[in-house]
Design a binder for this molecule. Sequence first.
Ligand code: GH3
Ligand code: MG
Ligand code: MG
Ligand code: MG
Length: 327
Amino acid sequence: MGIPKILIVDDRPENLLALEGLLEQFNIDLIKANSGEEALAHTLDHEFALILLDVQMPGMDGYEVAELMRGNKKNRHIPIIFVTAASKASAHVFKGYESGAVDYLFKPLIPMVFQSKVGVFIELFQQKEALREKTQEFNRKLIELEELQQQLEETNEQLLMLSTTDGLTGLLNRRRFDEIFNAEWKRGIRAQRPLSLIMLDIDHFKAYNDTYGHQVGDDCLREVARTLSSIPLRELDRFARIGGEEFAIILPETDSKGAMQVAKRIIESIEILSKPHSSSPSSNHLTVSVGVATVIPNSEISSRKLMEVADDALYEAKHNGRNGCCS
Ligand code: GH3
Ligand code: MG
Ligand code: MG
Ligand code: MG
């Protein structure tokens, strides 16, 4: 906290000296002015705890200085005490208060009275400064808090991402798949609109791993996921890795014809990938089998039923020689 500043204004040097002597006991920064004009100039550079202002001065008098200060937003709250040898006529005193002074003292000053009055304003100024510092600190903390809240939100988003994403492929994981699938099932019941589910499984992937090793198997899963992700789907359609080498797509608002089209595109895209699979009993490159199921959800059956039907279709595709789809 800075030392409080007091401005003393008087056209006579001996009066300034007398005031200075009376203020010696205070730990303050004393600034002197010989005229009203000089006093106003000082108020531009300093924030005063108190101004002790002479009334009669050549040029601008004390009342004018006080009035100009009241008209200035920055200086309006600075207390002014008139110190004057002028007549005690109540009209003068009244004018002094009217121009915004907090007190009106007469020379010669009674030291104890004068000093106790000044002391009150110094204390008030210090209280105000302390409050201002606390407010500033509080504002800094508030900004810090906002930054922390922002970080927390970002961390939560990252956590949410991680908890819903499959680490190997970056697709949605089984947990998120179940959530979305159940939500879409309920939505299908309300809307009475078809819901389709596609399940796909890489053919002879155990043999792939046995031939090329687990690491290459992982790379292959990532490549298959990338390939499947590049198939243009609608925004509502959601891709997930639901098992080791098993994937699923939820297709809301999609009938069996639409779902079969997607299934064919899946098979095609893996064909185009032409990933070598030298130990595959059915082909010399990697293939997938796909099962498709469609239903208008209703509350008589559970959502699991649609998964079972898709799974059965997938089993049939495998049984039919793989690299194909069934519904
Ligand atoms: P099918 O055509 O009948 O599906 O034969 P398959 O060998 O693919 O089926 P199976 O279910 O017998 O084997 C799946 C294999 O997938 C077993 C495992 O070695 C492999 N696998 C499962 N998860 C992962 C994984 O995360 N990484 C790798 N590299 N392989 C996996
Ligand atoms: Mg004077
Ligand atoms: Mg499998
Ligand atoms: Mg398989």
